[in-house]
Design a protein around this ligand. Structure first.
Ligand SMILES: Cc1cc2nc3c(=O)[nH]c(=O)nc-3n(C[C@H](O)[C@H](O)[C@H](O)COP(=O)(O)OP(=O)(O)OC[C@H]3O[C@@H](n4cnc5c(N)ncnc54)[C@H](O)[C@@H]3O)c2cc1C
Length: 457
């Protein structure tokens, strides 16, 4: 049961076009509560609303969770994550700015590699991307479509799940709306919620599964008092450092008639790139178990999620804090399933997060001083160069990786079963006890694989 449409739109297939889906009907278009640590700004949180979910709107960077992540999850058996859950490959030909970024990293002392696989070691290299023959390759392509003909699978799209229905503490059905009409379907075996780190805790809360006092305050009858639902929310905070580019080599303005036709006819050219082809994994200080910072390099303007149009050419170095200590929370705004939940990521509520992400901003600025990048560097897009901490407060934004809001241990057990409720599991990014030091799509697929093993067993 999927709230959005099938994933047929051309924008979904075209790698460089992913931000063009933001704030369209293919996006839930969530917004956070004002963030005290980020100058009281409300932050935009896109989430995919179509088959493939956020994997149909994401940046396609494919990365493994590393041993340090699984050690912190403390969930035996999970560390054997396979590397090839979804096809991935580096872009065939790097944009000159991406190549310059790698040269700048080398000059700054970072080792190179054929590709970044995880955060276990400092490295600067091309990302592996979920792109096949120049087109996005999502979980819907790899897993769902080949299974559509099976007799034991029915997919409903444009169906908004409103709540899980329970008899006592056993999940017995689902209430949903289709074309504005509310209906129910009975369930004899199990329900698996896969609505993501915002949607799954929201659905549990709407179903009366969550902190009793919060549910009662919204007029929802309590089925199971599970204090952890919606808590432990984590995300990767990013603080883009954006510059105009002195040469017309970036991806800014790449959606030309000629490039569009080149892409349609040959599947190559700028539109076949995700725009963020390379990156670097770094440590905020020596001696850590693994890298705690990443610098994503976007070879084009990436300001305000791509909504701002500064004009001309540009590029962004995007420092990301991989191991946030801050925790947030998803809560009900009301008992009406059509109302978005209240999302408070609690960004920078732990002071060390600001220190470490600011270190990432300083490192990005050092890279900008290296000759390879300095030759392209024009004026800062943001007008003035702020002190690193102030830069984070003013420009901090999501890297779109919310996790943890139905964490293993506090909301689901190691078998992904919701505590205190029979016949109900959660299998998505919300069950990760801790956000991995990686772009989390591959780890989410690993959760899906494990869920399949558990269900079969
Ligand atoms: C803009 C963006 C860029 C990203 N870039 C990357 C990247 O480059 N690499 C990476 O690894 N990760 C990236 N991510 C994160 C990654 O895509 C997610 O971590 C992953 O998709 C999470 O999977 P999920 O199954 O938990 O949730 P989702 O993929 O969000 O899937 C949830 C699904 O449930 C549906 N749903 C929700 N509520 C309901 C309801 N009430 N009724 C019916 N259906 C419902 C949604 O429509 C959606 O299809 C990005 C995410 C975004 C949004």
């Amino acid at each position: 049961m999927e709230a959005g449409p099938p994933d047929r739109a051309r924008l979904i297939r075209t790698p460089l076009a992913f931000p063009k889906m933001f704030q369209t009907p293919l996006d839930w278009n969530f917004w956070t509560e004002p963030q005290v640590g980020l100058a009281n700004r409300h932050l935009y949180w896109p989430r995919g609303k179509m088959l493939g979910g956020s994997g149909s709107i994401n940046g396609m960077v494919h990365m493994q969770a590393c041993a340090a992540d699984f050690a912190e999850w403390d969930a035996p058996g999970w560390e054997a994550m396979p590397a090839d859950l979804l096809h991935s490959e580096p872009v065939a030909e790097l944009n000159p700015l991406s190549a310059a970024f790698l040269d700048a990293c080398e000059a700054a002392g970072l080792p190179g590699a054929a590709a970044i696989t995880d955060a276990s070691q400092p490295v600067a290299a091309p990302f592996r991307l979920n792109i096949k023959n120049g087109k996005r390759w999502s979980a819907a392509d790899a897993y769902l479509r080949p299974a559509l003909q099976r007799g034991n699978l029915t997919v409903w799209t444009s169906v908004h799940v409103r709540r899980v229905l329970c008899e006592g503490t056993r999940a017995s059905g689902v209430e949903y709306s289709r074309a504005g009409v509310v209906q129910t379907v009975a369930v004899t075996r199990e329900i698996v919620l896969c609505a993501g780190a915002v949607g799954s805790p929201h659905l549990l809360l709407l179903s009366g599964i969550g902190p009793a006092a919060d549910l009662e305050a919204c007029g929802v009858a309590v089925v199971a008092d599970v204090a952890g639902v919606g808590r432990n929310l984590q995300d990767h905070l990013a603080a883009p450092v954006s510059y105009f580019c002195l040469e017309p080599v970036s991806f800014s303005g790449a959606a030309t008639f000629a490039n569009e036709w080149k892409y349609r006819l040959t599947g190559t050219g700028p539109l076949a790139s995700n725009g963020a082809e390379v990156g670097a994994m770094v440590q905020s200080k020596a001696g850590l178990a693994a890298c705690d910072l990443e610098i994503v390099f976007a070879a084009g303007h990436y300001v305000d999620h791509g909504f701002a149009a500064p004009g001309g050419h540009g590029f962004s170095l995007i420092p990301v804090l991989l191991t946030p200590k801050s925790r947030g929370r998803i809560r009900l705004a009301s008992a009406n399933p059509d109302d978005a939940p209240r999302i408070d990521p609690g960004y920078l509520s732990d002071a060390t997060d600001l220190e470490r992400l600011s270190e990432g901003v300083r490192f990005a600025r050092r890279l900008l001083e290296q000759a390879a990048l300095a030759k392209y560097r024009g004026a800062p897009v943001n007008g003035q160069v702020l002190d690193a901490e102030e830069h984070v407060r003013q420009w901090g934004q999501t890297l779109y990786h919310p996790t943890g809001s139905c964490g293993m241990g506090s909301v689901v057990d190691a078998g992904l079963r919701v505590l205190g409720v029979a016949g109900l599991r959660v299998a998505d990014a919300s069950v990760m006890p801790q956000v991995p030091r990686a772009h989390p799509n591959a780890a989410t697929l690993w959760i899906a694989e494990r869920a399949a093993q558990l269900l079969r067993a």
